[in-house]
Design a protein around this ligand. Structure first.
Ligand SMILES: NC(=O)c1ccc[n+]([C@@H]2O[C@H](COP(=O)([O-])OP(=O)(O)OC[C@H]3O[C@@H](n4cnc5c(N)ncnc54)[C@H](O)[C@@H]3O)[C@@H](O)[C@H]2O)c1
Length: 370
């Protein structure tokens, strides 16, 4: 490996947001980009002056000058692309979710361990400024003993690429699951889930999933603290929100009701609106500016970046953690076992909802090998 980590990005919708961050990172070099249609590939690669371009994922994997691949292809392709990249000897960063079945999660965990390469799931929420701030409030004792947590993600996906249509809400649950598990510093053990409401039959037909909302209760490993997760993707009227709320015995952090109305910290029984600081100071100066700015102009940002309020400034933190984990030869913060647990919560929750709320154990990936 050269001194810098040589990265390729596959999938240039959301994925394009990360190009200039890798280009600016002092320990990384963006060597190639990949996506299927040549016209869009050239348009994006030209605007960022990326020399190597691939329309075929497999061909890109044969490039010996690539150390790591950051995958931003559609959800159903994540498992296949991740495993192929690991088998080609590349480190992998993959956007959420890790996969859509328990078998795929297990296969990825096994492939990571067999390859000896690093895997990181690029979960934006756990590098958002709200998460980093509340993590500090838990660590410094402000929150006190954790008592309960709640995560929710409500988004209307009409008009998004076709593979979203009718997707079980819990198949894309990591934005709601990850903050509560990471703040409790543990993994999920079991889940019971209620499927509520109905989506239109033409939407239901895609995945055989009828529910508008899925709402789950989680038990967590080695703690009496529990969590509640709610998701919706279609036909549920609400402003976009990705949120978490944490109840402690001293203070409770409660996510704002509507965007811009202000997060609240209840200290004892006294609520006060709080300002959440930015965490650019934790980053190399070359990429610090990306916590507050998208990489395009205002008209051309990816829709998810606009709706998700810039994903809380998370993108440069994700790139930094992935690159440094490779440079330091250590597991990244969201490694394969963590990613598999967070993703499996959603898969098991949907199974529970389909079985009328039966309790489903979340698999343990600690010992998984090929
Ligand atoms: N906050 C977040 O973490 C967040 C936000 C937005 C999107 N995402 C994730 O990012 C992924 C992509 O989302 P999107 O909205 O950009 O999707 P999209 O469908 O608009 O774009 C997918 C991209 O992948 C490329 N692609 C598809 N199949 C390919 C293949 N076989 N080889 C090479 N390239 C291929 C396409 O050409 C396109 O560039 C999704 O998995 C989504 O879950 C995460």
């Amino acid at each position: 490996m050269s001194e810098k980590v040589r990265v390729a990005i596959a999938g240039l919708g959301f994925g394009a947001e990360f190009i200039p961050i890798y280009q600016a990172h002092p320990d990384a070099e963006l060597v190639a980009v990949c996506q299927r249609s040549k016209d869009d590939l050239d348009r994006v690669a030209d605007s960022f002056e990326v020399p190597r371009r691939y329309t075929a994922f497999d061909e890109m994997l044969r490039d010996p000058d690539i150390d790591a691949v950051h995958i931003n292809t559609p959800i159903a392709a994540h498992a296949e692309h991740t495993i192929a990249a690991l088998e080609a000897g590349k480190h992998v960063a993959c956007t959420v979710p890790m996969a859509t079945t328990l078998d795929e999660c297990r296969a990825i965990v096994a492939a990571v361990r067999e390859s000896g390469k690093r895997y990181m799931m690029m979960e934006t929420v756990v590098y958002s400024r709200e998460f980093l701030h509340v993590q500090d409030l838990v660590a410094d004792g402000t929150i006190g003993r954790l008592q309960f947590m709640r995560g929710s993600h409500h988004q209307e996906m009409a008009g998004w690429p076709g593979y979203w249509e009718g997707l079980p809400p819990m198949y894309y649950a990591t934005h709601a699951v990850s903050p509560v598990l990471a703040l409790a510093n543990t993994l999920a053990e079991s889940v019971v889930c209620l499927g509520s409401g109905r989506i239109a039959p033409n939407l239901e037909a895609h995945y055989g999933s009828p529910f508008a909302v899925e709402s789950a209760l989680l038990t967590l490993r080695d703690t009496e603290v529990g969590a509640e997760i709610a998701r919706s993707l279609f036909e549920t009227a609400r402003e976009y929100v990705e949120s978490f709320t944490v109840f402690g015995d001293r203070a409770t952090f409660e996510w704002e009701q509507t965007q811009g109305s202000g997060h609240v910290l209840h200290v004892g029984e006294a609520p006060a609106r709080i300002d959440v600081p930015d965490f650019a100071h934790r980053l190399p100066k070359e990429i610090a500016r990306f916590t507050t700015r998208g990489v395009y102009d205002e008209e051309n940002e990816h829709l998810s970046f606009v709706q998700g309020a810039g994903h809380g400034g998370s993108h440069p933190h994700l790139v930094h953690e992935f690159v440094r984990s490779i440079a330091e030869d250590r597991a990244p913060a969201v490694d394969e076992a963590t990613a598999a647990n967070w993703t499996s919560v959603g898969i098991c929750a949907h199974e529970s909802a389909m079985r009328g709320g039966a309790r489903v154990a979340v698999p343990d990936y600690a010992e998984v090998r090929r």
